[in-house]
Design a binder for this molecule. Structure first.
Ligand code: AQP
Length: 342
């Protein structure tokens, strides 16, 4: 079976974009692939975190994975900091990646803001750690939202440069022509980029100061209803065909959310709701969103009330993940020329 890896940061305010763009798709992949899902806490501290909140958020993301339908017995679910090979491989990749490659990363530019000198070195090196997360398992596929596309391209560049730079040692160690796979991103569907409910040109994000801009996975039915009712729209009714959504970012976003929640295409949603006023469409979307999200929210709440269970899942997952990552690191150390303990 081919291997899937993906991660979610425990940075609070897990939202509908994280669910539709990532977590819901993780669930769908567990039947066809060998899947590894990680709570990437090392990534979270690239910006300041409160230690007690961070611990809670790690457990909350784990609970969200399980509540959404990821089975921790069939898949590997763990938090990154428990498997030290991620950080070790990231260091080696820091020596493979070029400054120029990382300088082009748009997420760093956005997150660092104007005062780049004050950003952490970790925030700059974030993509090499992400490459290590994926390649420690030599994963072939990574399901992510559209915003991660550039980082996945960098992961492929790092894998390729590693394979080229050490090609003789890779062959000499019996790994043939290439040690790392060129990982394929799995990006797509109607919710690859869920936008803010307040501004259809901005992505729905954890750090948006307006809570009304996003639906949190912890929101109750009333909050979901209120946020959708208040969501920005334009004055026209819904079009009947997808091309009618062009240049209507807010309409496009709500139709995309509906389609992803209902497991349908935007065209199918418009075939049913084309011509409807937003008041009617929003009412249908509220029913659908509450119907799909409430059970997840309730289960997340139940699971976060049992931290010992969550910590047990993470420990067991780390054990299994570590065994795979260790094998990769042993091979990498041999390829690079390190002397290792045997
Ligand atoms: N708006 C989105 N639409 C679709 N997918 C999204 N993802 C994030 N936002 C959207 C996908 O969710 C997964 C986990 O993302 P992350 O842990 O990197 O966190 P984030 O939500 O992108 O939040 P940040 O970057 O911590 O905060 P903001 O966005 O506030 O700056 C990924 O697969 C991501 O693509």
């Amino acid at each position: 079976k081919e291997r899937v890896f993906s991660g979610v940061q425990p940075t609070g305010n897990l939202h509908l974009g994280n669910y539709l763009g990532a977590i819901k798709r993780f669930v769908a992949l567990q039947d066809g692939y060998d899947c590894i899902y990680c709570v990437v806490d090392l990534h979270a501290i690239t910006v300041p975190q409160n230690p007690d909140e961070l611990r809670g958020q790690i457990r909350e993301v784990t609970a969200a994975f399980i509540a959404a339908g990821i089975d921790p017995a069939r898949n590997i679910v763990f938090n990154q900091s428990q498997v030290h090979e991620h950080a070790e491989l990231a260091w080696i990749f820091n020596c493979v990646a070029r400054m120029g490659w990382l300088n082009r990363m748009t997420q760093f530019k956005e997150k660092a803001g104007k005062d780049r000198e004050a950003a952490s070195v970790g925030l700059f090196a974030y993509p090499t750690l992400m490459a290590a997360d994926i390649l420690a398992y030599r994963a072939t596929h990574v399901p992510v939202g559209e915003d991660q596309k550039q980082h996945l391209e960098l992961t492929r560049d790092i894998a390729q440069k590693f394979n080229n730079d050490w090609s003789a040692a890779i062959a000499a160690n019996g790994f043939g022509e290439a040690f790392f796979p060129l990982t394929e991103p799995l990006i797509g569907g109607p919710a690859a980029r869920v936008m803010s409910l307040r501004d259809g040109t901005k992505k729905m994000s954890k750090s948006d100061p307006s809570d009304n801009s996003r639906i949190n996975l912890t929101d109750d039915a009333e909050a979901i209803a209120q946020k959708i009712r208040k969501a920005k729209t334009d004055p026209e009714p819904l079009p009947s065909e997808e091309r009618g959504l062009e240049a209507r970012p807010e309409a496009d976003n709500l139709v995309g959310i509906y389609a992803a929640l209902a497991d349908r295409t935007k065209a199918e949603v418009l075939a049913d709701h084309g011509g409807a006023q937003f008041s009617a469409f929003k009412a249908a979307l509220i029913d659908l969103a509450v119907d799909k999200l409430s059970p997840i929210t309730a289960e997340m709440k139940r699971l976060t009330g049992d931290p010992a269970y969550i910590d047990g899942v993470l420990a067991e997952g780390a054990e299994r993940a570590g065994a795979i990552a260790r094998e990769t690191l042993d091979a990498v150390k041999d390829i690079v020329g390190f002397v290792r303990r045997r």
